[in-house]
Design a protein around this ligand. Structure first.
Ligand SMILES: Cc1cc2nc3c(=O)[nH]c(=O)nc-3n(C[C@H](O)[C@H](O)[C@H](O)COP(=O)(O)OP(=O)(O)OC[C@H]3O[C@@H](n4cnc5c(N)ncnc54)[C@H](O)[C@@H]3O)c2cc1C
Length: 491
C-alpha cells in the first residue's frame, strides 16, 4: 500500500510495525520488499521523504550542507529526494568489490571489512535481479576467451591486471518497483514522510516521527528500525540523535560517526599509444553491456600496499603527438593505421581518512534537524598511488613493445585541488567487528543500540573503485534475511 501524506489527510497519526525503514532508495526499497515477502506475518512501514515526482525547492533545501575548505562540486546533484532515491539518475555501472577490497592495507592501519567477500557474494545474485542485470559472470578471463582482440596481452607476472563492469539498464527504483510497493499487503509505504526524529528509551528506539511539509504528522512505533536515507542523511540523523553529547562511547556516541567521508574520484593523467581496437570502455557482448578495466594486480596491491584503483581507455582522435615524440612512425615502429591514441580515465580508491568529516552545525532545516558541514579531505596517497598505476601501465607497454605512454597532467597541486566526486557517499558509519573500530556491527546494527540498523554505502569500511549500489543492495538483502530470521521483538 502507498499513502502520500501530502494528498491523503485520512492517514492515521500512529502506525505500528514490526520493522520501520526510513528512506526508499535502492537500499530501502529492496530491504522493505524482501522483508515483506519473507515475513508475510509482519507489517513493514517504509517512509520516504519525497514523492514520485522531482523534489520541490523547499524539499531540496533540507539537503543543504555547508562546505569546508575543499569544494565538493557534486554535492547538489549527488542526492535525490524522491521515491527511488538517487537511482532516479544513477548510471548503472555495477560490479562486486574485488578480493583485495576486503583485505587490510597494512599502510593504512585500519581494519577492512569484518565480513568476507564470500559472505557478501552470497547476496550478489539477488542484488543483480534487483538492478536488472542478467549475467552474474564478472570473470574477465571468460570474456578474454571471446574478446581477446579487445584486450591487452598482459604478461603473467605483469603488475597490471583486469576486472569487469556490467551495467544496469539503469533501474529507476521508484518507477520500477512502484506497483510492487502498492501491491504488497503487509507493507505501507508513506510518501512525503520526512523523518525528523527518532524517540528512544535507553538503548532502544521506540518510534520514528515523520511529517510532510504541509503538516501531516505520523509516529511509527516498531520493533526494529533501519536507516536507509543515503550515506549523508543517515549519518545526519544519527549525529542529530547524539546531538551535543560526547563522542566517547560506542555507536551513536562513537568518534567514528561522521568520519572517513569518501567519494570515488577520477583523474585523466595522460594518454597511451597502443594497438588499435582495445576496448577498456563500455561495449556490447552476448551477455549484455560490459566494460573491462585495468587495475593493479592483486599481488601488487598486496605487496606494494597500493590502492585498488582502475583505468579505462577512451580512443581519441588526438594528433599524432606520441608518434612525433618518439621520432615518427618509422623510428618507433608504430604504424598509425595499426595504433590508436587512447586517453586514460581513472577511478581512484580513496584511502579512508578520519580527517574527512561530516559534522553538525547549529543551523536547522525546516524539519528542525541540524544541518551538516562537509570537510571533504581525500588522502594525499590517493593520487600518488593512482599515478603509480598509470606508470605501471607504461612499464607494461614498454616492456612488451605494445605501445607508449605519455603523461600530460602530472600530479600537481592544481590536479589535487580540482578533483570532483562520483556521487558515492562512503564510510561515515563504518562497519566493524568491534565497537572501538566502527559504528555498526557485522549485522549492520548500530553498536550499543538494541534495534537500530543502517543500510547504506556509509557502512563500507574499505571502498575499492567499484560503484557501490550493487553492494548496497546485496547488504540490504542480507539485512532482510537477518531481520526476518528474528522472532519479532528487537532483533
Ligand atoms: C549522477 C549519479 C550517477 C551515479 N551512478 C552510479 C553508478 O553508475 N553505479 C552505482 O553503483 N552508483 C551510482 N550512483 C550512486 C547511487 O545512486 C547510490 O549508490 C544509490 O542511489 C544509493 O542508494 P541508497 O538507497 O543508499 O540511497 P539513496 O538512493 O540516496 O536513497 C535515499 C532515500 O532516502 C530518502 N530520505 C532522505 N532523507 C530522508 C528523511 N529524513 N526521511 C525519509 N526519507 C529520507 C531520500 O529521499 C531517498 O529516497 C550515482 C549517483 C549519482 C548522483
Amino acid at each position: 500500500m502507498i499513502i502520500d501524506l501530502e494528498q491523503d489527510s485520512t492517514a492515521s497519526s500512529t502506525l505500528t510495525a514490526d520493522v520501520c525503514i526510513v528512506g526508499a532508495g535502492p537500499a530501502g526499497i529492496s530491504l522493505a520488499l524482501e522483508l515483506a515477502r519473507e515475513r508475510p506475518d509482519w507489517n513493514i512501514v517504509l517512509t520516504e521523504a519525497g514523492g514520485p515526482e522531482n523534489a520541490s525547492q523547499a524539499e531540496k533545501d533540507i539537503y543543504k550542507v555547508a562546505l569546508g575548505e575543499k569544494n565538493y562540486s557534486v554535492l547538489d546533484i549527488s542526492r535525490r529526494r524522491k521515491l527511488g532515491g538517487t537511482s532516479a539518475h544513477w548510471g548503472g555501472w555495477s560490479k562486486p568489490l574485488d578480493d583485495t577490497d576486503f583485505e587490510e592495507n597494512p599502510a593504512w592501519d585500519l581494519p577492512s571489512w569484518p565480513i568476507s567477500k564470500q559472505e557478501v557474494n552470497k547476496y550478489i545474485p539477488r542484488a543483480l535481479t534487483w538492478i536488472e542485470i542478467d549475467s552474474g559472470n564478472f570473470d574477465i578471463s571468460d570474456i578474454r576467451k571471446t574478446q581477446s582482440g579487445k584486450l591487452l596481452p598482459l604478461r603473467k607476472d605483469a603488475k597490471i591486471s583486469e576486472q569487469l563492469f556490467r551495467f544496469s539498464p539503469p533501474t529507476r527504483f521508484g518507477d520500477r518497483y512502484y506497483d510492487d510497493l502498492k501491491a504488497q499487503d503487509n507493507l505501507t509505504c508513506l510518501l512525503h514522510a520526512n523523518c525528523y526524529e527518532l524517540t528512544q528509551t535507553g538503548d532502544k528506539i521506540i518510534s520514528a516521527k515523520v511529517r510532510s511539509l504541509n503538516g501531516a504528522d505520523v509516529e511509527i512505533k516498531a520493533n526494529n528500525f533501519t536507516l536507509a536515507m543515503g550515506g549523508m542523511e543517515t549519518t545526519r540523523l544519527l549525529l542529530n540523535l547524539r546531538n551535543d553529547e560526547a563522542a566517547n562511547g560506542e555507536g551513536i556516541y562513537s568518534d567514528h560517526l561522521g568520519r572517513y567521508f569518501a567519494d570515488h574520484f577520477g583523474v585523466r593523467p595522460g594518454e597511451i599509444l597502443a594497438p588499435e581496437g582495445l576496448k577498456y570502455s563500455r561495449f556490447g557482448d552476448a551477455s549484455g553491456p560490459i566494460m573491462p578495466v585495468l587495475t593493479f594486480s592483486p599481488d601488487s596491491i598486496r605487496t606494494s600496499h597500493e590502492h585498488n584503483s582502475c583505468m579505462m581507455l577512451q580512443a581519441s582522435a588526438a594528433p599524432d603527438s606520441l608518434l612525433a615524440g618518439y621520432g615518427g612512425a618509422k623510428a618507433s615502429g608504430f604504424h598509425p593505421n595499426q595504433y590508436w591514441h587512447y586517453s586514460i580515465q581513472m577511478i581512484i580508491e580513496p584511502r579512508p581518512n578520519p580527517a574527512s568529516t561530516l559534522t553538525l552545525t547549529n543551523e536547522r532545516c525546516a524539519l528542525g534537524l541540524r544541518r551538516m558541514k562537509l570537510d571533504w579531505a581525500p588522502h594525499e596517497d590517493d593520487l600518488a598511488s593512482a599515478y603509480r598505476l598509470f606508470s605501471a601501465l607504461g612499464d607494461e607497454l614498454g616492456q612488451t613493445g605494445l605501445g607508449r605512454l605519455h603523461l600530460t597532467k602530472p600530479n600537481s597541486l592544481d590536479v589535487r585541488a580540482n578533483v570532483s566526486g562520483a556521487c558515492h557517499h562512503l564510510g561515515t558509519t563504518r562497519m566493524a567487528a568491534n565497537s572501538s573500530d566502527g559504528v555498526v556491527d557485522t549485522n549492520l546494527k548500530v553498536f550499543g543500540q538494541q534495534n537500530l540498523y543502517v543500510a547504506s554505502s556509509s557502512v563500507f569500511p574499505r571502498y575499492g573503485y567499484s560503484n557501490p549500489t550493487l553492494t548496497i543492495v546485496a547488504l540490504s538483502v542480507r539485512l532482510a534475511q537477518h531481520l526476518a530470521s528474528q522472532n519479532g521483538a528487537a532483533a
